[in-house]
Design a protein around this ligand. Structure first.
Ligand SMILES: Cc1cc2nc3c(=O)[nH]c(=O)nc-3n(C[C@H](O)[C@H](O)[C@H](O)COP(=O)(O)OP(=O)(O)OC[C@H]3O[C@@H](n4cnc5c(N)ncnc54)[C@H](O)[C@@H]3O)c2cc1C
Length: 507
């Protein structure tokens, strides 16, 4: 048993949990961030569109609307301080007929009410000048200049690292099994890493937030899963679109979008499939969904270069439902961000579906206020470090910087991922960073090694070797994404060292 009694334990190291951890690290509260996976950003925060939404979509007066607009305002400066990529490319919602144009007017009104700045309708001619590849059936669009794009996993890692640099404890591979409230008002958590004690709990467990809430005897709600599939195009297609292109939204959400990513790929998706029991937690892709996405995307851009699709993936949205008077489940239609009415000191941050990525920095500000109101006693962390360095990108350094890097550390002269030009120096830095990578996907999310055209075909054996050397574990223990996702099965050929050892033991 860990003898520490934390002030706050945050369950879940997605974008919500990590932003809250960073906000709390501005105070002297003793904070522990835990996740059942072996890394941060392994839930919804790993696979989504990466859009910083402007904020016209959420119903006025909801928490979603409030946090979305504030979050979108916070991202530009946070990206500079924490050194993650953010591009303010703006978004366009396309209309193809009169009904669509009416919908644009509604969105414009709602956006203005929500406090979104710079929104306006653009007519066909201007639209063509903004997007040369747009389908000629698009008749008008709602332009939101404040929308942007980020890498969801890069930003989640940046928030988490900043929190850890400022004193937060991060426990990975730590699954919460049960929660009990003690007589003195503190909580005891039984976890896969042992017993933990805390005065306050923040439940940011994404798809499992309903189970965690029930464990603590707090609000009864249900999280249902809505899968979203994507296809990803090679970065040589970067100029296919210049803005995030949406179509007018439908009952299941914002529909299929086409956007650049911060790394220059083109992302098309997501689908919106409500999970049945058989598809629970399923993040694979299906040919039916892929075709449907592409078919829908053609409404926005006619010529999609399908031969440049390099990957497909899926993410899962956590949608909150609660029982109505007839005991039937109905959607909450908002985020749940509150101290529980019955369990003092337990704060739910649940049902964080889209625009949760955008909203997280704003949710974090509010959660600190909620915790203080609930009795958390803290002072300012006087040694708070605002900035985070992150990993230097060799590819984006100029020639002089590259030469100086190689001179300081020859590992920067070894290209490991040829597609994305990632060096051994960057991979080693990602493993030894404050929240270091421990598997292939961890290295990939931090450096982009394996995210290029060959999708890690060439570099994964080299990255496996580097992980094994740097972590001091045998190669066959290295995994793709934790658990039992081992990269290698067993040895098929003995090394020279093996033969020498065998001979010496035989002699
Ligand atoms: C297809 C799709 C597209 C989206 N697009 C956008 C977008 O463009 N813009 C936008 O703003 N939002 C978008 N979103 C929404 C956004 O991704 C989510 O709102 C956000 O990632 C939620 O983050 P979170 O931290 O609340 O949850 P998660 O990222 O799911 O994190 C929860 C964490 O809790 C951990 N956990 C669960 N159970 C336990 C346990 N028992 N013990 C310990 N740890 C546990 C999990 O391992 C996980 O890491 C999209 C979502 C999807 C799925």
């Amino acid at each position: 048993m860990n003898n520490t009694t934390y002030d706050v334990i945050i369950i879940g190291a997605g974008i919500s949990g990590t932003c809250i951890a960073r906000e709390l690290s501005k105070t002297n509260a003793k904070v522990c961030l835990i996740d059942k996976e072996d890394d941060v950003s392994c839930g919804s925060s790993k696979a989504n569109s990466g859009i910083v939404h402007a904020g016209y979509d959420a119903k006025s007066g909801t928490l979603m609307a409030k946090y979305n607009v504030r979050g979108a305002e916070l991202y530009p400066s946070l990206s500079k301080k924490l050194n993650f990529d953010y591009k303010n490319i703006g978004s366009l919602v396309l209309a193809f007929d009169e009904d669509g144009v009416k919908k644009l007017d509604e969105l414009l009104l709602r956006g203005k009410k929500n406090g979104v700045k710079g929104l306006r309708i653009v007519e066909q001619e201007e639209l063509r000048s903004m997007e040369k590849n747009i389908n000629e059936n698009a008749v008008a669009a709602l332009y939101a200049p404040s929308a942007g794009i980020i890498s969801p996993y890069q930003s989640t890692w940046a928030f988490a690292e900043s929190a850890v640099i400022n004193g937060t404890t991060f426990l990975r591979s730590t699954m919460v099994h049960s929660i009990s409230k003690n007589e003195d008002g503190t909580f005891t958590l039984q976890t896969s890493s042992g017993i933990l004690q805390t005065k306050f709990i923040v439940n940011a467990a994404g798809l499992a937030a309903d189970k965690i809430s029930k464990m603590a005897g707090a609000r009864d709600f249900t999280i249902l899963q809505r899968r979203g599939e994507y296809c990803l195009l090679d970065n040589k297609c970067e100029n296919l679109v210049n803005h995030v292109l949406f179509q007018t939204p439908g009952p299941l959400g914002k529909g299929v979008l086409i956007t650049q990513t911060v790394d220059g790929n083109i992302l098309i998706g997501p689908s919106a499939d409500d999970a049945t029991n058989e598809t629970l937690d399923y993040t694979g892709t299906t040919s039916a969904s892929q075709s449907a996405i592409l078919q829908s995307a053609v409404r926005s851009v006619t010529d999609i270069p399908k031969r440049n699709i390099i990957n497909s993936f899926a993410g899962i949205r956590a949608i909150a439902y609660q029982k109505n008077a007839e005991q039937k489940l109905e959607p909450v239609n908002d985020f749940i961000v509150e101290e529980d009415k019955n369990v003092k000191g337990f704060v739910n941050v649940a049902g964080i579906c889209s625009p949760g990525l955008t909203s997280a920095p704003a949710i974090a500000e509010d959660v600190v206020v909620i915790l203080k109101k609930a009795g958390l006693k803290t002072e300012q962390n006087k040694s708070f470090i605002e900035e985070r360095k992150g990993i230097l990108s060799f590819k984006h350094s100029d020639k002089k910087e590259k030469l100086s890097l190689i001179k300081q550390n020859p590992l920067y002269g070894q290209i490991i991922c040829r597609c994305e030009m990632i060096t051994e120096g960057e991979i080693v830095a990602s493993i030894h960073s404050p929240i270091g990578a421990v598997d292939l996907d961890g290295v990939k999310r931090r450096t982009r090694a394996g995210m290029g055209r060959c999708q890690s075909g060439f570099c994964s054996p080299r990255v496996t070797e580097i992980l094994s050397r740097e972590l001091g574990v045998p190669m066959i223990d290295i995994t793709k994404r934790g658990g039992t996702s081992y990269v290698l099965d067993s040895k098929t050929r003995a090394t020279v060292e093996d033969i020498i050892i065998k001979k010496t033991t035989q002699e």
